[in-house]
Design a protein around this ligand. Structure first.
Ligand SMILES: [Zn+2]
Length: 234
């Protein structure tokens, strides 16, 4: 089994890629920057999908997302964005059946508008949710794909896509969203981190995030710093 990228103890993520550390979750800049600004929010705990996290963690994840969104608005002038999770481990699977890497829950964010709803609705059943804390009850013990982004009509929706048959469940557990996102964004050659590590974009993102954090008045609410408490105590 490959080492877990999102377990900080493996040091697969360098310290300088971990941009913010909260109580239960952190924000990081992974390799495979499809475009500059690819961020992930992950729990420290090696849990296979967000739906398997305890209820009290979801408010912190929402605050971390608010930080990401503020950063996109301030640093890239983006009023809209894409957030998604490949909840392939939601049914209890702990590793990728093909590549062998461990599933470790992480919410991905990109400062682009790509409609994933239309393509996913052709295969899977959409359940709308209002907040991430509704995810465990909605997904239950199933693998799922979570999309928080605009649809074809330009409406922002938070949807959990679920497989309704065993073959669809197997298909969902094997699915990869990034190649689809890359294709829809007109960058099909950037669909995997191996094909396009995006290290120049990663360096630029780290610099830009540090600048942005440094320019925020300490505890400035508008910057949505979810980790102020932790930093106060550090
Ligand atoms: Zn892990």
């Amino acid at each position: 089994m490959g080492e877990c990228v999102f377990c900080l103890s493996t040091a697969a993520l360098h310290d300088n890629q971990v941009l913010s550390r909260g109580r239960s979750v952190y924000v990081c800049a992974p390799r495979g920057q499809l475009i500059e600004g690819f961020l992930a929010v992950a729990p420290y705990a090696c849990v296979g999908a967000l739906s398997r996290l305890p209820a009290e963690v979801f408010d912190e994840i929402e605050r971390a997302l608010a930080t990401v969104v503020s950063f996109y608005r301030d640093a890239y002038g983006r009023g809209s964005w894409l957030v998604y999770e490949q909840g392939r481990g939601g049914g209890g699977a702990s590793t990728d059946a093909v590549a062998g890497f461990p599933f470790h829950a992480h919410l991905c964010a990109l400062p682009i508008d790509v409609d994933l709803h239309t393509a996913l609705a052709r295969r899977f059943t959409a359940m709308e949710i209002g907040a991430l804390r509704d995810l465990p009850a909605t997904a239950g013990d199933a693998p799922y794909l979570y999309i928080d982004g605009v649809d074809a009509g330009g409406c922002r929706r938070r949807s959990v896509y679920l497989p309704m048959t065993p073959p669809l469940r197997a298909e969902l557990e094997r699915s990869r969203l990034k190649p689809l996102i890359a294709a829809l964004a007109g960058l099909p050659e950037r669909g995997t981190w191996r094909a396009y590590p995006g290290d120049a974009e990663l360096a630029a993102l780290r610099r830009r995030f540090a600048q942005w954090r440094g320019s925020a008045p300490f505890g400035h609410d508008d910057r949505g710093d979810p980790f102020r408490q932790r930093r106060d105590g550090a």
